[in-house]
Design a protein around this ligand. Structure first.
Ligand code: G6P
Length: 613
């Protein structure tokens, strides 16, 4: 996601900020900016530029045109508002007394913005960051308190995730930071101090770092850093020495981006939930969808490619069940050429991480030509699909670097669940009480996902054992079928092992002839009412020599009577448990690829964004 760099010391800050931002380019961004000040000046120079960092480097003559020894810089990956110069960070408070950069998502920024508007604040951008900067300024002035108390008051009011780096006009040479759920590291040397979203940005200046914890603040001055908790009490921390090399540092210590992104899923899901669940209810106001439109729908068409299509398959099961509405799922490349018969009062939902996939875009345009409203479920703000759809429901996964999608897929599922609950509610299929229960189940998912990740060593062991497999089959029914499709795709794209997913009941209509001694068959068994039926299909495979892996929830221990190896995930609401079950399968694909020596982040023949049909 966004990248933050801050520096205070004796050197010119701008070149250091730009060099640091260059090291954070891997995080993905669509605009950049810096704010720099001199100890002698009380104004701050802010320079921003949309597009590549190179634009900002050229605009500032590699920093030379922005003198000053204290500053903050930012690469923005758009979440609230298009990637324009106005929306780029840093943002300044209404009278430029506070300047800051932010990484994360402020869920209640609309409510905070309204409060500040009532107090005469003026906003120039569409960002949640500008709201945060002004909120700090508001408390700073209202109570005439120091920065710690002003920031702490703002932290108490802000819901969501943030790493904030701020400069105050009346505190030259100081950078103030605050953190909740967004990464931030602070480095120090004898004469300087640094803050960054990730270690690579500061690694060439120092290996001595502090890790600021959640709900903590820090004050940086040249050569010194002090930390404070929300009560304003000073907190003492030990320095850590970074021993990684620069390349490992970019991946946050993970061996590959894919593994890092698998681990980012609880955060991606939490951020996405935070955007569509407010005060215990689904809130789709940010998408533009209205209750009237949702109530009037007679059919939904879901379209995507690859993993996005697999989200559509899950969505069919979930939406038909929870909202009692017919759903058709199509591969975009098929939909666009098959003259689809779209009934009236329909909604077309296109799902795409990149928002640029050529076939998905063509399907969107076809639907619009036919006068059907289109909802886009998109990860990249300002992408073509995001701009052309009638309603846009962003996912908040952050940029994905690994070609094989993981966290964007998980965030897309969350959007589908939120849509299903809201559709079910407005159509009178689920009661308010049931909505409340379902929302609690959704809110519990990130912690449960983190629990699944704790179990990864067992999967790693199993992957090493099966890395030489020739064929792998994934089977399941209902939601488990949808998860099997995605698990199988992960396996084939990054391990190059032939694998296929089948609806469990379909296996005996041909595919079972491929089962030989030792063929691995993975049964996904999270749907309790369908479990016995899938187990029967697994037994049929075992009778023909298959080696069985079962994937189920804790409690279903009798699976071990049939399966040779079983992986458990926490119990969860049956419509949502796919969000947990997919993680072991992502890990299985990943570790199998690693065991085979595949370049898992960039598997052969594949592209992250497929902009040709
Ligand atoms: C490519 C990627 C897949 C992705 C698909 C759709 O094939 O390798 O991981 O699922 O495109 O991409 P989209 O950006 O539309 O979600």
């Amino acid at each position: 996601m966004c990248g933050i760099v801050g520096y205070t010391g004796n050197e010119n800050a701008a070149p250091i900020l730009l060099a640091g931002l260059t090291k954070l380019e891997y995080r993905g961004y669509d605009s950049a900016g810096i704010a720099v000040r001199d100890l002698s000046r009380d104004d701050v120079a802010v320079v921003k530029s949309p597009g590549r960092l190179l634009n900002l480097i050229q605009k500032t003559d590699n920093g030379a045109s922005v003198p000053g020894t204290c500053g903050v810089g930012h690469t923005r990956w758009a979440t609230h508002g298009e990637p324009t110069e106005t929306n780029a960070h840093p943002h300044s408070s209404a009278d430029d007394d506070v300047v800051g950069v932010h990484n994360g998502i402020i869920e209640n920024y609309q409510e905070l913005k309204e409060k500040l508007l009532r107090h005469g604040y003026v906003f120039h951008s569409e960002t949640d960051t500008e709201v945060a900067v002004n909120l700090v300024d508001y408390y700073y002035k209202k109570y005439k308190i120091g920065p710690i108390d002003a920031i702490a008051k703002a932290m108490v009011r802000i819901r969501g995730s943030y790493a904030l780096a701020l400069m105050f006009r009346d505190l030259p040479g100081e950078i103030w930071v605050a953190r909740k759920d967004s990464p931030m590291v602070i480095g120090v040397t004898e004469n300087s101090a640094f803050v960054a979203s990730d270690v690579p940005a500061i690694l060439s200046y120092t290996r001595q770092v502090y890790y600021i914890d959640n709900l903590e603040m820090a004050r940086l001055t040249p050569g010194h850093v002090s930390f404070f908790n929300l009560d304003g009490d000073e907190v003492f921390k030990d320095l850590t020495e970074i021993t990684w090399d620069a390349e490992a540092a970019e991946k946050g210590g993970f061996e590959h981006f894919m593994l890092k992104e698998i681990h980012e899923q609880p955060r991606a899901v939490r951020d996405t939930l935070g955007s569509y669940i407010r005060e215990g209810a689904v809130d789709l106001s940010a998408t533009g969808l209205t209750e009237e439109l949702l109530r009037s729908l007679e059919r939904i068409y879901i379209i995507g490619c690859g993993s996005a299509y697999h989200v559509g398959v899950s969505a069919k099961y979930v939406l038909e069940d929870m909202a009692d509405i017919p759903v058709e799922v199509d591969l975009a490349s098929e939909f666009r050429y098959r003259d689809p018969k779209i009934v009236k009062n329909s909604l077309v939902v296109v799902i795409s991480q990149s928002g640029e996939t050529a076939d998905t875009l063509a399907a969107l345009r076809l639907a619009k030509e036919r006068g059907v409203p289109v909802l886009g479920i998109v990860n990249v703000v300002g992408s073509t699909i995001a701009r052309e759809c009638d309603y846009c429901m962003y996912t908040y996964a952050g940029p994905e670097i690994a070609v094989a999608t993981t966290k964007a897929y998980s965030a897309q599922l969350i959007n589908v669940y939120a849509l299903a609950i809201e559709l079910g509610r407005v159509r009178g299929v689920i009661t308010e009480d049931r909505c409340g229960e379902l929302i609690s189940e959704l809110n519990a998912l990130p912690d449960k996902m983190a629990k699944v990740l704790e179990n990864k060593e067992r999967i790693q062991w199993f992957a090493a054992k099966y890395a030489n497999a020739r064929d792998i089959f994934f089977i399941g029914r209902g939601v488990d079928h949808a998860i099997s499709l995605e698990g199988s795709l992960k396996m084939k794209e990054i391990s190059y092992i032939h694998s296929e997913a089948y609806a469990a009941g379909e296996l005996k209509h041909g595919t079972i002839s491929l089962i030989e001694d030792g063929t691995l068959v993975i049964g996904v068994l999270t749907q309790n009412e369908l479990l016995e039926k899938t187990v029967s299909n697994m037994v049929e495979c075992k009778a023909r020599g298959a080696y069985l892996m079962g994937l189920t929830s804790y409690g279903n221990y009798n699976i071990e009577d049939t399966a040779n190896f079983t992986i458990y995930v926490p119990k969860a609401e049956r419509h949502f448990i796919g969000s947990l079950a997919i993680i072991p399968l992502q890990l299985l694909g990943y570790y199998t690829g690693v065991a085979k020596g595949v370049d898992v982040d960039k598997p052969r023949n594949l592209a992250k964004s497929v902009t040709v049909e």
